[in-house]
Design a protein around this ligand. Structure first.
Ligand code: CTP
Length: 302
């Protein structure tokens, strides 16, 4: 497989802001690449992002993991990527789902593998096959199944990229008969929904030092970065990839990477999901380098 190339753009770099808490902001400020603008001090949920366009420049020597997609050669950070929708059962044959195609997360997995990262992909119910031998794939259907996989895999993860479109609500399991089918009765049907857990927030609250967490946010274009910044603070993660609503199920993406340190990075133009994934991995490599795997993380905290 040919490694994807980072997209081009312009750069407006600024100095990194000191970390708010070292454990919550692992590895930041070590890289040298990316398009950035800074928009406030670290940890301020009210900070507003000025958007910059950028061309990733050469990363600091030693920051990049070895290139190449070979499984045996992969020595880079261990990245756990979630992708696709969840399907929450209504009965044995029906579910509540969403339009996520999983393409963005799959592209990120392939770009990370091409960059020499060690990649595990937790993939929801989508038909797209993943035939890259450098990507280990595990499948889920429901939020609860994804939660179980995350609990299992987070301890051996350096970077979590949470691209899955996880349901916020599901039919109350107490009312759901998974052995049969709800029959038509000629009148309306009321489904009672209950909240699902916020898996990203759970991962963030149970993180061990050195782990880097990246969430996604699909939002109306207006106020995109401000909403992403608030979400980043609420969930306690290091980065949010913010996308306008029309990204869902589309071939292209016009995303920005919002960081906890107040910086906002953007490739500067609309890209295919494959190219955006390559840009994102280059950007994250610049931010985290090979740092997480070089540290001696505290055990038993994930
Ligand atoms: N997420 C999660 N668990 C959920 C819902 C969302 O882990 N139950 C994750 C998504 O994978 C994504 C991030 O949280 O990385 C943001 O998801 P989003 O749906 O935009 O946020 P919500 O928490 O649902 O907030 P809101 O409903 O206000 O948009």
């Amino acid at each position: 497989m040919k490694p994807p190339r980072p997209a081009k753009g312009q750069t407006a770099r600024t100095r990194p802001t000191p970390a708010a808490t070292p454990a919550a902001r692992p590895g930041l400020g070590r890289g040298g690449s990316g398009a950035a603008s800074r928009s406030g001090s670290g940890g301020n949920g009210a900070a507003r992002g000025r958007r910059g366009a950028g061309r990733p420049s050469a990363p600091a020597p030693g920051a990049l993991p070895p290139p190449g997609p070979s499984v045996a050669a992969a020595r880079g950070p261990r990245v756990l990527i979630t992708a696709g929708p969840t399907h929450e059962p209504i009965d044995r044959v029906r579910f509540i789902g969403n339009r996520s195609s999983g393409k963005m997360g799959i592209s990120i997995a392939q770009a990370a593998a091409a960059a020499g990262w060690r990649v595990r992909l937790l993939l929801g119910p989508v038909p797209t096959p993943v035939n890259d031998p450098a990507v280990k794939v595990e499948r889920f259907q429901t939020t609860e199944e994804l939660r179980t996989l995350l609990t299992k895999r987070m301890p051996s993860t350096d970077v979590l990229v949470m691209a899955a479109a996880v349901a916020d609500y599901r039919p109350d399991p107490a009312d759901t008969d998974l052995s049969g089918k709800i029959r038509r009765k000629g009148q309306g049907l009321t489904l009672r929904l209950v909240s699902t857990p916020d898996l990203l927030q759970e991962a963030a609250s149970g993180r061990r030092p050195g782990q880097v967490l990246v969430g996604f946010a699909l939002e109306p274009r207006q106020g995109l970065e401000a909403v992403a910044r608030a979400k980043l603070e609420r969930k306690g993660v290091d980065f949010i990839v913010a996308n306008p609503l029309e990204t869902m199920d589309a071939a292209d993406i016009d995303g920005v990477l919002v960081g906890r340190d107040g910086a906002t990075h953007s490739p500067g133009r609309r890209l295919s999901k494959g190219d955006f994934a390559a840009w994102l991995i280059a950007r994250l490599t610049a931010e985290v380098g090979a740092g997480p795997r070089r540290r001696s993380p505290a055990r038993g905290q994930a």
